[in-house]
Ligand binder design. Structure first.
Ligand code: ZN
Length: 252
């Protein structure tokens, strides 16, 4: 007990160094690593909310209750079993015929109406689990911080930065969607998709059959069909092989 004041001093020093640097270190079960974050969950949610507000000015959303119900029901089933439970997930349908889906920071996920129509429930679950995997691994918020810098991202969070900065942030996310996250990030999101679809009681094969459907569509319709969801990612054959390997492992 003689060391108690010293322990307390160390604790206070540690606590204040966390506050001063604004850096939080946590174990992330999605990446299976300890990671340091400059932007905490509350700030990430605020960032996503501001980006979503801007997005709404630029895109048309499908309001049909039946389609939205289907998306939200499947999305919530996946979200409930994901490795990230410190935020609320939101799902929206963008009126657009491309077979695409994307996520922005803070739990906001958008699915294009083209994909909603083309995918069956297991396939939609696979796509949503992939996007939730990106959110759980904090891929887009890490990328935003790297590309734009912490101060600008902080400006968007606090509302100091104007629309230009928010549009800059949206461009970073769209570039990620169009040009691709890193191969490593995509493989991890696929691995997490297998994990989450299994936990939620969907067939993890849904993501595989969706990839195959996209490839078949591409061959049938030629270049008029934009396969954004696939083109931004590593070669489909490699992804299917990796998903297959993951499915052979015991559930976790
Ligand atoms: Zn992805």
């Amino acid at each position: 007990m003689r060391n108690r004041p010293l322990n307390r001093l160390i604790f206070v020093l540690l606590a204040s160094s966390v506050t001063l640097s604004g850096c939080v270190t946590l174990y992330n079960p999605a990446t299976e690593r300890r990671e340091s974050y400059l932007i905490d969950t509350r700030q990430e949610v605020e960032l996503g909310r501001n980006m979503d507000t801007e997005l709404r000015k630029q895109m048309k959303f499908v309001t049909d209750p039946r389609q939205n119900r289907r998306l939200i029901d499947i999305g919530n089933r996946i979200a409930e079993v994901s490795d990230r439970q410190d935020l609320t997930y939101h799902f929206f349908i963008v009126e657009d015929k491309d077979l695409n889906a994307f996520a922005i920071p803070g739990g906001y996920i958008y699915v294009h109406s083209g994909l909603m129509q083309a995918a069956n429930d297991a396939e939609l679950a696979g796509v949503l689990a992939h996007e939730i995997g990106h959110i759980a691994a904090r891929h887009s918020v890490k990328q935003l911080q790297t590309v734009m810098g912490y101060q600008i991202v902080l400006g968007i969070i606090t509302g100091v930065s104007g629309t230009d900065s928010i549009n800059g942030a949206l461009n970073v996310v769209f570039n990620l969607v169009n040009l691709g996250y890193s191969r490593q990030d995509e493989f991890l999101a696929d691995k997490l998709a297998v994990r989450y679809t299994r936990r939620a009681g969907f067939s993890p094969l849904g993501l595989v059959t969706f990839f195959q459907k996209l490839q078949n569509e591409a061959e049938a319709r030629g270049p008029s069909l934009k396969l954004v969801f696939l083109s931004s990612h590593p070669p489909t054959e490699q992804r299917i092989l990796r998903i297959d390997e993951e499915m052979r492992l015991p559930s976790n």
